[in-house]
Design a protein around this ligand. Structure first.
Ligand SMILES: [Zn+2]
Length: 368
């Protein structure tokens, strides 16, 4: 029996990439360690996840997001009061005082089949279990999202290693979220889905999404992420911004052409070619009822996260010195049957500068 410990802060070697710029798995012989079947029961400890607590709902969230994955694999969650321990023949999740935010321990047998995985979450971390974005450090809050870290650990639990080559949950987890309006959700994402399909085969489901996060480089075994940007179309320089509630808000002129950078993902099984609408909104919830600026068709294969910028023109009839949100909706015509549609839109905050044109009063603006 082999024992392999994969803490969130460091794991050594033993990783084999499926191919460049993609998920990693735990190498075992010439293949990868994985569960022999496509369903496994995992036991969470009731003392760690009290009835009706935020932690309990965050646990359900993370399991559901793992089970969204594009492969056939699912975890069956059972919450019980049996004292958890490492290497007792049961796969378990509990919370205790450990130094990393999360640790997953894996055991597999001589046939490279996983026999047990145990996930320990650190009780000393300042977690948020809320999907309200302003509770999260990414958006001016103080908590690390419990769901993103547990989902990262669950990724280890199906056989995925760390990944530093593209934007993905198996790199930095806390800034791998899908945000629109006031909510920021953990999600498995394209690269981890691709890895799950490699290990367990595809389930035939489809899902596309767009987020305002992007890959910025590697931090050891982990991908680093930062926000997508608003750029000058000619110089590709980032436009001026100020920080508002932990987010960059870009200063733009009415009538200005800007380049909107966003990250598009195919979290499903098959290639998709989708109509994407770019919108401007008076609030941070981007939807198809907002003002459409332009449309674009995007081809997405399920194995290469696409961060891509597109030119739009800030409408000349916006109010001056006013906050707006620019953003995109992928599959804006709802043509694709998806397992999640809450991840189809996101935003970038903007603020309209006061310029010379703001001094003019047009006849339509005068109320007599
Ligand atoms: Zn990890």
């Amino acid at each position: 029996m082999k024992t392999f410990i994969a803490p969130v802060v460091a794991i050594a070697g033993l990783l084999t990439a499926g191919y460049a710029n993609a998920y990693t798995t735990y190498g075992c012989g010439s293949g990868s360690a994985k569960w022999s079947g496509t369903s496994k029961t995992i036991y969470a400890n009731r003392a760690s996840f009290p009835v009706g607590s935020g932690l309990e709902s965050a646990l359900y969230d993370a399991i559901a997001r793992l089970n969204d994955n594009a492969s056939n694999f699912t975890f069956n969650l059972v919450i019980d009061s049996y004292p958890p321990s490492l290497n007792n023949g049961y796969s378990e999740i509990w919370i205790e005082n450990i130094s990393p935010p999360g640790v997953t321990s894996l055991w597999w047998n001589g046939s490279c089949n996983l026999t047990e995985i145990d996930i320990r979450m650190d009780s000393s971390v300042t977690w948020t279990t809320s999907t309200s974005k302003t509770t999260q450090t990414n958006y001016g809050g103080t908590g690390r999202p419990f769901q993103t870290t547990l989902l990262h650990e669950l990724g280890h639990g199906i056989g995925l290693g760390h990944e530093a080559d593209e934007y993905n949950i198996m790199g930095q987890d806390w800034d791998h979220v899908s945000t629109n309006g006031e909510s920021a959700y953990a999600y498995f994402g394209e690269d981890a889905d691709d890895g799950a399909v490699f290990l367990y085969g595809g389930d035939g489901t489809q899902d596309v999404g767009v987020v305002h996060w992007r890959y910025t480089g590697a931090s050891g075994e982990y991908s680093s992420h930062d926000r997508t940007r608003l750029l000058d179309p000619s110089t590709l320089a980032e436009l001026p911004y100020s920080w508002v509630n932990g987010e960059k808000r870009y200063n733009v002129n009415r009538g200005q052409s800007v380049r909107v950078e966003l990250t598009f993902e195919n979290n499903g099984n098959d290639y998709q070619y989708e109509d994407t609408g770019y919108y401007v909104s008076t609030n941070s919830t981007i939807s198809t009822i907002d003002t459409l600026l332009t449309t674009r068709s995007i081809g997405l294969s399920p194995d290469n996260v696409l961060t891509s910028a597109w030119n739009v023109t800030i409408p000349g009839n916006l109010n001056c010195s006013t906050a707006y949100w620019i953003g995109a909706v992928i599959d804006k015509d709802y043509s694709l049957v998806e397992y999640n549609s809450w991840n189809n839109a996101t935003y970038i905050p903007i603020y309209t500068n006061f310029d010379f044109s703001c001094l003019f009063i047009f006849p339509g603006d005068i109320t007599l």
